[in-house]
Ligand binder design. Structure first.
Ligand SMILES: [Zn+2]
Ligand SMILES: [Zn+2]
Length: 302
C-alpha cells in the first residue's frame, strides 16, 4: 500500500497513478481531501487515509481544485463511501453535473501530454448529488486556509493557500514536472512548469493566475502532477517563473481562449486539423480492407 508523505506537519501528499491528492488536517482532528484522483482510485485513497487518520476515519469534505477527470475521477465513489460533500468553484460545477462537457483537449498544441491526450476519455463523473459551491474564501473543514480563483487551465480552477506557513496546493494551475517533455513526464524531475498544455483553455488567464500565485511567495508547493517542492528559494523561483511564463507557440486555445459561464461552454475556437487520428483512421481502413479481402488470411497461410 502507498503511504501518505508529509509536506507540512498537517498536510499529506499521495500520488495516485499520475495525479496527486492531498490530505489537510492532523490525525485525531478534522481533515479534508483535496482532489480525488482518476477513476478506480477510491480504495487506494481510503486505505492511505485510514493508515494516517485511523480506521473508519472520514474527512469533513472533498475539495476539488478543478473537475478534470484525473482530479474528480474517484470523487463520487469517495463521497458515497464517506457520506461527505464535494466542493468546487461555481464555474466548475456545470462540468461536474452533466450540464456541459469540458472544452475538448487540444492534441495539436505539441508535447508529450498533448500526444497522450488523444487517447484519454473526455468524460467527467456526474457529482450532482454531492457537489456544493465554494463560498467566498472559506475552505470547508480546513480553518486558516483560503481558496483563490486561478482560472486559465479550467474556468473554475482554484488553489488553496495557508498564510502561516505559506503552503500552496496548486492543482494544475502550475505543475512541478515538465509534462510537455517525455523525459520530464517519465523521470518526474522537479521543475516549475506551466499547466498541462492540451487541457488549458485560456492562456492569458493562466499567466495571470501564475502571477497571483507568485505574489503569495509560497515556501512549499504541492501540485496536481509532479513531486511537491519545498525550498526556501521557492518565492524567487516562482517570481522568475511568472516573469518568464510563456504560452505554447501554437494551439487551439493559444490565440483565442474558450469561454464558459455557470452553464458551461459558451464559445470555442474552431477545432484544429489533427493529422494523427486521420493516420489512425487510414490504418484502420487499410486493416478493414485487408481483412475483408482475406489479405491477412493469405499471409497467415503463406
Ligand atoms: Zn487539469
Ligand atoms: Zn491534472
Amino acid at each position: 500500500m502507498k503511504t501518505i508523505t508529509r509536506i507540512a506537519t498537517d498536510v499529506g501528499w499521495l500520488p495516485v497513478s499520475f495525479t496527486n491528492v492531498y490530505f489537510v488536517g492532523r490525525p485525531g482532528g478534522k481533515w479534508v481531501l483535496v482532489d480525488a484522483g482518476l477513476p478506480n482510485s477510491a480504495h487506494e485513497i481510503i486505505d492511505a487515509a485510514e493508515a494516517r487518520f485511523g480506521a473508519g476515519s472520514r474527512p469533513e469534505s472533498i475539495i476539488l481544485t478543478h473537475g478534470h477527470r484525473d482530479h474528480s475521477g474517484s470523487a463520487l465513489a469517495l463521497a458515497e463511501n464517506w457520506g461527505v460533500p464535494i466542493y468546487a468553484h461555481r464555474l466548475e460545477i456545470p462540468f461536474l453535473t452533466g450540464k456541459s462537457p469540458y472544452p475538448p483537449a487540444d492534441p495539436t498544441v505539441g508535447g508529450a501530454t498533448a500526444f497522450l491526450s488523444r487517447f484519454l476519455p473526455r468524460s467527467t463523473p456526474n457529482l450532482e448529488r454531492y457537489i456544493r459551491e465554494l463560498e467566498p474564501s472559506k475552505v470547508p473543514g480546513a480553518t486558516n486556509w483560503k481558496w483563490i480563483a486561478t482560472p486559465g487551465h479550467s474556468p473554475g480552477h482554484i488553489v488553496l493557500f495557508r498564510n502561516s506557513d505559506r503552503i500552496l496546493i496548486a492543482g494544475d494551475a502550475i505543475v512541478t514536472a515538465n509534462m510537455d517533455s517525455w523525459s520530464g513526464l517519465i523521470s518526474g524531475t522537479q521543475q516549475l512548469s506551466r499547466p498541462p498544455t492540451p487541457f488549458t483553455i485560456d492562456w492569458p488567464a493562466a499567466r495571470a493566475s501564475v502571477k497571483e500565485m507568485a505574489k503569495l511567495k509560497p515556501n512549499v508547493i504541492g501540485c496536481g502532477h509532479g513531486v511537491p517542492i519545498s525550498d526556501p528559494a521557492l518565492p524567487e523561483r516562482m517570481h522568475a517563473f511568472a516573469a518568464n511564463f510563456r504560452a505554447p507557440r501554437r494551439g487551439r486555445y493559444v490565440r483565442r481562449a474558450a469561454r464558459a459561464d455557470e452553464n458551461g461552454i459558451v464559445d470555442l475556437p474552431p477545432a484544429p486539423f489533427d493529422p494523427v487520428p486521420l493516420a489512425t483512421a487510414a490504418a484502420l481502413l487499410f486493416l478493414g480492407v485487408a481483412v475483408g479481402s482475406g489479405y491477412l488470411d493469405e499471409q497467415k497461410k503463406g
